[in-house]
Design a protein around this ligand. Structure first.
Ligand code: PBG
Length: 322
């Protein structure tokens, strides 16, 4: 008879034998920045997540390094009145996200900043207005360049346009931004779990037409093709999104590209499912979150984007209690 129970007798023994240890440095915390001053306001569709104006965001971010969190993913939430057909608010003048990047880089230099590069959320019809894949590429490259000039560490193209990584890489290189890196949303599925995020950035599509450019969830080998193409085009890190529902995809990508950072995005709907389950009392929230995020890491994610980053980091600073 093999005996396994000796490995599980108490918490310290279990900790000793644990193969996968979640750390605060594994986490990337998303932030939604808005215009104004003194804004620190809960987002109605994302419980316990907040809109911040730039000044409040700086206060908030200065608390992260002591929790072990040093990476953020930034989204600019554009006022409805500034949106137009072409998404010009994204890359003309001094856009909100650019001002935010500059402020973070000067006041919180320890934080690695990633910024979403996509025209969704900037156009006045609530969805990507530009129909042609190839015509969109120069707009995305413009936008990435503007973020790079502001000092962002990683631009993160999320539009799922073919060739977007190459277009951005070439533009950044030719303008002298060879050290600005690219986190590519490589395997981004047309998922039912983005609803709370779309409400947050006011980009709810009139109908679910993103299936024409985001991946069909019935495919996995195509995820490898998407990842390979992004790496060939110059991506530094690649992403699988969503995460909780796509552990097999994370694992497949990790095995195919073992030396590559695989970032998994635990998305808004996945987050709110846990929040809702906790609210009705069917799970212990923090224990369940710890389990889910550990599963995502166990599948092969090296970094996890999660709205739970702060809550989890707070318990990870005293791991002996887990
Ligand atoms: C697109 C983008 C989306 C998310 C991140 N970047 C939404 C979409 O594709 O419609 C979703 C993230 C989440 O649900 O938490 N800019």
């Amino acid at each position: 008879m093999d005996r396994f129970r000796p490995f599980r007798t108490d918490q310290s023994i279990r900790d000793h034998y644990a193969e996968v240890i979640l750390k605060a440095e594994d986490l990337i915390c998303p932030y939604f920045v808005v215009e104004g001053e003194g804004v620190h306001q809960e987002i109605p569709s994302l419980t316990d997540v907040f809109y911040f104006s730039i000044d409040e965001l700086i206060n908030e971010l200065s608390t992260l390094p002591q929790m072990g969190i040093n990476k953020i993913l930034l989204f600019g939430v554009v006022d409805e009145g500034l949106k137009d057909k072409w998404g010009r608010a994204a890359y003309q003048g001094e856009p909100l996200i650019v001002r935010a990047i500059k402020a973070i880089k000067s006041y919180c230099p320890l934080i690695t900043v990633m910024s979403d590069v996509c025209l969704c959320g900037y156009t006045d019809h609530g969805h990507c207005e530009i129909d042609s894949n190839d015509e969109t590429l120069p707009f995305l490259a413009d936008m990435a360049l503007v973020h790079a000039r502001a000092g962002v560490d990683y631009v993160s193209p999320s539009a799922m346009m073919d060739g977007q990584v190459q277009a951005i890489r070439e533009r950044l290189d030719s303008e002298g931004f060879q050290t600005t890196k690219i986190l590519a949303y490589s395997a981004k599925y047309a998922s039912n779990f983005y609803g709370p995020f779309r409400d947050t950035v006011h980009s709810t599509p009139a109908f679910g037409d993103r299936k024409t450019y985001q991946m069909d969830f019935r495919n996995v080998s195509q995820a490898l093709d998407e990842v390979r193409a992004d790496i060939d085009e110059g991506a530094d890190w690649v992403m699988v999104k969503p995460a909780h529902t796509y552990l097999d995809v994370i694992k497949t990508v990790h095995h195919a590209f073992p030396d590559r950072q695989v970032v998994a995005y635990h998305v808004s709907g996945e987050y709110m499912m846990l929040k809702s389950a906790a609210k009705v009392g069917i799970i212990n929230e923090i224990d369940a979150v710890w389990e889910v995020l550990t599963a995502i890491k166990r599948a092969g994610a090296t970094l996890i984007i999660t709205y739970y980053a702060k809550m989890v980091a707070a318990i990870l600073v005293k791991p002996c209690e887990r």
